[in-house]
Design a protein around this ligand. Structure first.
Ligand code: PEP
Ligand code: MG
Length: 581
């Protein structure tokens, strides 16, 4: 048995069989072939195309019942590409003249095509890059006898072991079959960790080299509570963990007993506890965990799919379904936050030297007005179906806030002119997740209906520590005095003009931080739905004066270590908070 220690990213215990999801970019061999072998290479190519075609056909049939015609359209275009005479002939021609193996010929042709399309003016042509990539990879996998592994097609319960997982892979995987995740890379607030928590899949990240230590089919235990993974456990350990798993589940059920009760402190301050969601399927879990609404709907996950960006109509339907499901409860939809660690399919993360500080969120939207306007139109149209709040991510200062507000007003004017109904006076909020925004939050507050503090990024940018990098995860500290001072400033500036201060970063769902945030005056906590009952339990067992007193002590402290050990001690003893990391 091997025990590995990583970062506890999503709580719970998973016991099962390891499934290695490895590098999706195989090394493509290149070798010369003789003139006599050309026909053999061509035959291999045609056979691989045939296999890829029937694979797509099967996929189409399987997804016919669960996906709309629009969503399946991309599979049709893949089939068309595989039957395209020009494409097939061009490969045969190269085989006959270059005397190279077919894998290499296909791979280099694909690269050439992608390079050409990537630079095209026409956005339709640029969007075809992802299709070419996908289709060629499918054929290559057959040529290289690699089974195409798609996490969406998993049919057996597994514990996923992987080096890294793109948010787009995580969102499309078959969540019912993935019982646990163990990953070499990643930090607690990487988007993969956030998704694992949302889907309630126990996960340990930042394990460095589990992919080299585990083999397909190994028994494996993922202890998401303590950030540990046990590989090939002995019988006794597995039995012990089965009991731990049962205890954990019982505790979850007990906490659900609080669902109907308000999150109210002993001295009567009512706190709003909302849920963060990434995909609309999560709405069921909102009611199940007693959330007061949605504090953050990460709309970019609608865009992270192989079919490309959703149309206005598709977005309208997605937003509408969430708004209708929530009735009069507020639904805060954040406009597209693409970039950073979330890339549109086909976009390479190497395009920018420093994507975390790059073309992200509103920066991307302001330079892609069509994308932005389409989303705002869909949001406004959907607003008549519920209680919508719109929120802008990654605002760095008043100029950006003015710019995005102007686009929103322009879209409102357009809809009025077209006679399209939308709800007037939709609250529009600003995410505070960049230090410059926190420091100028007095200015931003005057132009915002509410604030939501995005601590995942705020911590990353304040301490200059990449939130997804496991090597420096030890520096990623919510209790850093620098972070606490910024959070305090933001809440005070919000209250000074009478707007509410919320938080939708992971710190809001961290039981260790609850008392501090309460004492600082936070009005709204938004987190993965499954985290709500525990936070509610703490809020209900404390008074504001107790929380304020604790904050007074904490703000005098000079280092995060000091704050951390003090808070752990209090929370463990006084509130029986189970300390996991
Ligand atoms: C944050 O930064 O805290 C946040 C909620 O946004 P995201 O995690 O999607 O960057
Ligand atoms: Mg953020």
């Amino acid at each position: 048995m091997d025990e590995l220690v990583g970062i506890s990213a999503s709580p719970g215990i998973a016991i099962g069989t390891a499934f290695l999801y490895l590098d999706d970019n195989p090394r493509v061999p290149r070798y010369s072939v003789s003139r006599e072998d050309v026909s053999r290479e061509s035959r291999r190519f045609h056979e691989a195309i045939g296999k890829a075609r029937s694979e797509i056909q099967q996929l189409k049939e399987r997804q016919n019942t669960t996906h709309s015609a629009d969503q399946l359209q991309f599979l049709d275009s893949h089939l068309l590409m595989l039957s395209d005479a020009e494409f097939v002939e061009s490969i045969d021609r190269k085989l006959a003249t270059e005397y190279l193996n077919v894998e290499w010929v296909l791979f280099s042709t694909m690269k050439g095509l992608i390079a050409k399309l990537d630079g095209a003016e026409d956005s339709y042509l640029r969007e075809r890059v992802a299709d070419i990539h996908d289709v060629s990879k499918r054929v290559l996998n057959h040529l290289m006898l690699r089974e195409r592994i798609s996490l969406a097609d998993l049919q057996q319960e597994v514990v996923l072991v992987t080096h890294d997982l793109l948010p787009s892979d995580a969102v499309s995987m078959n969540k019912h079959m993935v019982k646990g995740i163990a990953m070499d890379a990643g930090g607690r607030t990487s988007h993969t960790a956030i998704l694992a928590r949302s889907f309630e899949i126990p996960a340990v990240l930042g394990l460095s080299n589990i992919t080299r230590q585990a083999s397909l089919g190994d028994r494996i235990i993922v202890d998401g509570n303590r950030g540990k993974v046990l590989l090939r456990p002995d019988r006794k350990t597995e039995k012990r963990y089965l009991l731990v798993q049962q205890e954990w589940r019982k505790r979850e059920v007990r906490l659900m007993g609080l669902n109907e009760l308000p999150a109210e402190t002993r001295d009567g301050k009512l706190i709003s506890l909302k849920a963060n969601i990434e995909v609309s399927e999560e709405v069921d879990s909102i009611a199940a965990h007693g959330a007061d609404g949605i504090g953050l709907y990460r709309s970019e996950f609608l865009f992270l799919r192989a079919e490309g960006a959703p149309s206005e109509e598709e977005q309208y339907r997605a937003y509408r379904s969430v708004l209708e499901a929530l009735g009069e409860k507020p639904v805060t939809i954040r406009t597209l936050d693409i970039g950073g660690d979330k890339f549109l399919p086909g976009e390479s993360e190497n395009r920018e030297r420093n994507p975390i500080l790059g073309w992200r969120a509103v920066r991307f939207c302001l330079s892609h007005p069509r994308v932005f306007i389409t989303q705002l139109r869909a949001l406004l149209r959907a607003s008549v179906h519920g209680n919508l709040r719109i929120m802008f991510p990654m605002i760095s200062g008043i100029e950006e806030l003015n710019q995005v507000t102007a686009v929103l007003e322009q879209v409102e004017a357009e809809l009025r002119e077209e006679g399209v109904p939308f709800r007037e006076g939709i609250p529009v909020g600003t995410m505070i997740e960049i230090p410059s925004a926190a420091l100028t939050s007095d200015i931003l507050a005057k132009k915002s209906d509410f604030f939501s503090i995005g601590t995942n990024d705020l911590i990353q940018y304040t301490i200059a520590v990449d939130r997804g990098n496991e090597r420096i995860a030890y520096l990623y500290e919510p209790f850093h005095p620098g972070v606490l001072r910024l959070v305090k400033t933001v809440i005070e500036n919000a209250h000074a003009v009478g707007i509410s201060a919320g938080m939708c970063g992971e710190m809001a769902g961290d039981p260790l931080a609850t008392l501090i945030l309460l004492g600082l005056g936070l009005d709204e906590f938004s987190m993965s739905a499954s985290g709500i009952p525990e936070i509610k339990r703490i809020i209900r067992s404390v008074s504001m004066s107790e929380a304020e007193e604790l904050v007074g002590t904490v703000l005098e402290m000079k280092s995060f270590q000091e704050v951390d050990s003090f808070v752990r001690n209090v929370m463990e003893k006084r509130f029986d908070v189970q300390i996991y990391s």
